[in-house]
Design a protein around this ligand. Structure first.
Ligand SMILES: *Cc1c(COP(=O)(O)O)cnc(C)c1O
Length: 380
């Protein structure tokens, strides 16, 4: 029996070899571990990769989300208590960030095909307190940004992105963020958690934006609210991308497109060769570049049986996510306290009940991909 891990990081060593050790060694020898030349070099490289003017490294993805929203409040573009539209099906961090910034998440159902924010539902979700949309590119698939921008423009809303799962996803020939800049959106938050498409060897995150003022405030917020040593301007936190993580990310960045390319190859096979009426796959988008397949979700009414079936065949799977954020204990009573706003969410709840993520990643061999497909097709 073949063993197929859910995700393996073996490809990092395979593709980077000793250059990774050399990068970390350079940091060790520099005797400078926070806010040094490696962080600056990575910030410049990642901003350029995204086609944006500025990138600010922070401690993790949750902080990137929270600080970009807090900075927008400090700059007077939103106020505490304002509403932010978010997709109901996302990782809980999206909601936590909106709450941490003192804003109110308004939950919108996903499109069941793409699993992203259903743009047709935006109009119903808006109230006079709504100030922004926080789109999530869930599973690595770009949300329908042109439609979101059009709606935001018509309703005078800010647009933010939770890009924690979508490093390198691009619209047309431009990187995602260059579309964002053309349409003058605010900022995108990235996570470099080790298993993300671009992952560090610990925690890391970044805010990417064309808004230099916003970038400056995020940088300051991540450094005790200080721009000048021992002079404090804002109620800040300590959230910085350290030199070791920046050096690792800088070494990995040139490989990101080819790693995403391998994910797209695997996804194309999964989409065309998984042929089991009990197992639904989300389709490859018309422009394959708009999806970097952070995870590959399948949907099955008997999801738990399918997971067990695959486990018996040596195939590891995960569920993204078993409990939708609005049903988490942390949000008990939040609706009646006005800390969240939402109506019935049957689609988000059904996705949580039926989703199963199957193995995906640059380390997978063709044999492993074929074995996963064959096993899924044998499930009855
Ligand atoms: C991973 C993730 C985050 C949080 O990133 P951390 O670096 O783990 O804090 C936020 N949103 C989404 C959609 C994620 O997948």
């Amino acid at each position: 029996m073949m063993h197929v891990p859910f995700y393996s990081l073996d490809y990092v060593e395979r593709d980077l070899g000793s250059s990774l050790v050399e990068s970390v060694d350079a940091v060790i020898k520099s005797n400078w571990y926070i806010r040094g030349s490696h962080c600056t070099a990575f910030e410049e490289a990642f901003a350029a990769y995204c086609g944006k003017k500025a990138c600010v490294g922070v401690g993790n993805g949750l902080d990137a989300l929270t600080l970009m929203l807090k900075a927008s409040i400090i700059l007077g573009r939103m106020a505490e208590g304002d509403e932010v539209i978010v997709p109901a099906n996302t990782f809980v961090a999206t909601f936590l960030a909106v709450r941490a910034a003192g804003l109110v998440p308004v939950l919108v159902e996903p499109d069941p095909e793409t699993c992203n924010l259903d743009v047709a539902r935006l109009a119903d979700a808006c109230s006079e307190k709504t100030r922004a949309i926080l789109a999530v590119h869930l599973y690595g698939r770009l949300a329908d940004m042109p439609a979101i921008f059009e709606f935001a423009k018509a309703h005078n809303l800010l647009v933010f992105e939770d890009a924690a799962q979508s490093h390198g996803a691009a619209l047309d020939k431009n990187k995602l963020s260059s579309l964002v800049s053309r349409l003058s959106s605010n900022a995108a938050a990235y996570s470099f958690y080790p298993t993300k498409n671009l992952g560090a060897m610990g925690d890391g995150g970044a805010v990417v934006t064309d808004d230099l003022e916003l970038a400056q405030v995020v940088r300051s917020l991540g450094n005790y609210g200080s721009e000048q040593k021992y002079v404090n301007k804002y109620v800040g936190v300590n959230s910085r991308l350290d030199e070791v993580q920046a050096a690792v990310l800088l070494a990995k960045l040139p490989h990101l497109d080819s790693w995403n390319g391998r994910r797209q190859e695997i996804a194309a096979r999964y989409c065309s060769e998984i042929k089991n009426p009990l197992v639904r796959v989300t389709p490859v988008p018309a422009n394959p570049k708009t999806h970097v397949w952070h995870v590959f979700p399948v949907f099955c009414e008997r999801r738990d049986d399918l997971q067990k079936f695959l486990k018996e065949r040596g195939i590891e799977t995960l569920i993204h996510y078993p409990i939708p954020p609005h049903l988490q204990e942390v949000f008990d009573g939040a609706l009646s306290r006005g800390e969240l706003r939402y109506g019935p969410l049957p689609i988000a709840e059904e996705l949580a009940r039926t989703e199963l993520s199957i193995p995906m990643g640059p380390a997978m061999s063709d044999e492993q991909v074929a074995y996963v497909i064959e096993s899924l097709n044998e499930f009855t």
